[in-house]
Structures are given as structure tokens and as C-alpha cells.
Design a protein around this ligand. Sequence first.
Ligand SMILES: Nc1ncnc2c1ncn2[C@@H]1O[C@H](COP(=O)(O)OP(=O)(O)O)[C@@H](O)[C@H]1O
Ligand SMILES: [Mg+2]
Length: 305
Amino acid sequence: MGTLVTASGLVKKYGDVVAVAGIDFEIREGECFGFLGPNGAGKTTTVRMIHCVSPVTSGTLLVGGLPAGIDNRVLKKMTGVIPQEINLDIDLTVKENLVIFARFFDIGRAEANVRVAELLRFVELEAKAAAKISDLSTGMKRRLLIARALINRPRLIVADEPTTGLDPQARHLIWQRLRQLKTQGATLILTTQYMEEAQQLCDRIVVMYQGRILKEGTPGRLVEEEIGREVVEIRTPPEDDARIRGHLSGFDCAHERVGDTLYFYCRDGHGVMKKLLELDLPNTLNRPATLEDVFLKLTGRSLHE
Ligand SMILES: Nc1ncnc2c1ncn2[C@@H]1O[C@H](COP(=O)(O)OP(=O)(O)O)[C@@H](O)[C@H]1O
Ligand SMILES: [Mg+2]
């Protein structure tokens, strides 16, 4: 599979603010590539450079072999953008929002009507075609943004936090649609603060923090390498740590104390739980390790605000 996007030494500054601090990554044709990170990590800044609305400060950024620049019409034509902000035209109906967008891409009226009908069906908004934007729920608005991003049948789809603030039903519907687009052959670039979203959708991810990339890999491998397979959480006061750790000395686990919780990262969570029964601890939990654990390990479990 070919490479669609290549960044090397990519930097973006806003005056003195370094939003992206020199990052390297490669996105392959046909994959879903995720930028995972908290607010302010530099995710939106990075994808805005990829879809050619924000100039690169330094470094190189190639999309489809061409330098990404704000006047690159070829790249704009092959890209569909689902923005983080809901920037629909509130003076227009649902359908009109799509028709206007088709005009930006010089799609003829008859063809636009065909595509609009097809896309409204795809995002399950046919019944809302004539509705005003103000009558839509947030989930519907986000689905309309997806439809709008697809009007030019893009090869590359950039989705910037497509499910932030949505309830679980709305979120799952959007996940299904994004996966469907990938199955149809599109390359997907996703940004998200949600570890579960990255795990659900992405083939490969980078963990971004303060303008830098901390790690890259497949979600499964990152979890396995950084954490292990399982996490045992024990809610106890720190005075118990030495006794519990001594009791588990036969197991190959890393451990960490954060606030009221002692964490063990291990392969054999079941064995650890069994052994812990002998100590009669009140509150223990064994669960699979997730990307969230990786993320917290890389960026620290305490708040930095
Ligand atoms: N237009 C802008 N002007 C100045 N600073 C900006 C601008 N856009 C983003 N930033 C800053 O760049 C950093 C990264 O922001 P952003 O890319 O939006 O992060 P994310 O999308 O991961 O939340 C933040 O510190 C943010 O305040
Ligand atoms: Mg953002």
C-alpha cells in the first residue's frame, strides 16, 4: 500500500506559541490513522495543515506527493473535511447546506441532487432534508457535517473529533459510517481525545502531547508493549502497598500508586486476583488494559492544567 501523507520535521507556530513542535509521520493509502491527544495537543493544527487551510511554518508536508499549501486546489478537491467546529450555514436547510457545497466543487445541479439524496440516506437524515439547522440535534448536525464532507467523493477524509459531546447511540452510528467509508477505500485521518474511539476505528495511531508525538503504533501493540494485557486496580491506602507488593512478588507486574489506587500492570490478571483473595482486600478490579492506560502512562496520571 502506498503512502498518502508524509510529514517530516513539521512545525507550526502562532507567533510565540509552538502548536506543532517538529513531528514526523506517514499515513498510508486506505488506512485509518489517528491523532490521539488531549485538548491543546496540536491535533487540529496538524490536520488543518494536511487539508491545506493553514500554512506550514517549517518542515515538509506532502499529500499525494504534492506539498500541502493553502492554495493547493488539487489537494482540496480530493479531500473531505469533517471539522471540529459545527460550521453549518444556519440560514439554509439541511439539503441546501449540501447543495451549496456541491457548487464549491463545480458539481452540476443534476449530479448534485443525486449525491445529496444518496448522502442524506447514508447519514440517515432523509427525513430532515427540509429542516432548519436549528431544528437538528448535535448528533444530526455532526452527521450532516459528514455528508457535507463527502459531496466531492473524497479519497482522503479528515475527521476532527467527530463525536465529541455526543451520546453513545449517536457516537456508534458515526463510528459505523466512518468504518464503512474506509471499507469503500477512502483513507481516513481522525483526531480524538477518546481512547475508545481510537481503538474502535484506527489501524495506527500517534499519541500527541504538547505539539509532539510521544508514541506511534497500532492500538493493540501500544497497549501490549506499554502496559501489558491486564490491569488490576486496588483501592487501598498507601500504607498497604508494601504488604500487597510483597504478596505479589511471584508475579511479573509493574505497579504504580496514584491517589487512592494501587495499579498492577500484568499478563496474568486472573492469577493476581486469585492470589489477592488471600489478603481479603475490600475493593479490587481486574480489567483489560486499554489505550487510556497507555496515554496516562505517557502523559502522567495527574492533572496538568
Ligand atoms: N489560531 C491560533 N492562534 C494562536 N494559538 C493557537 C491557534 N490555534 C491553536 N493555537 C494553540 O495551539 C495549540 C494547539 O492547539 P490545537 O491544534 O487546537 O490542539 P488540539 O486540536 O489538539 O486541541 C494550543 O496551545 C492552542 O492554544
Ligand atoms: Mg482540536
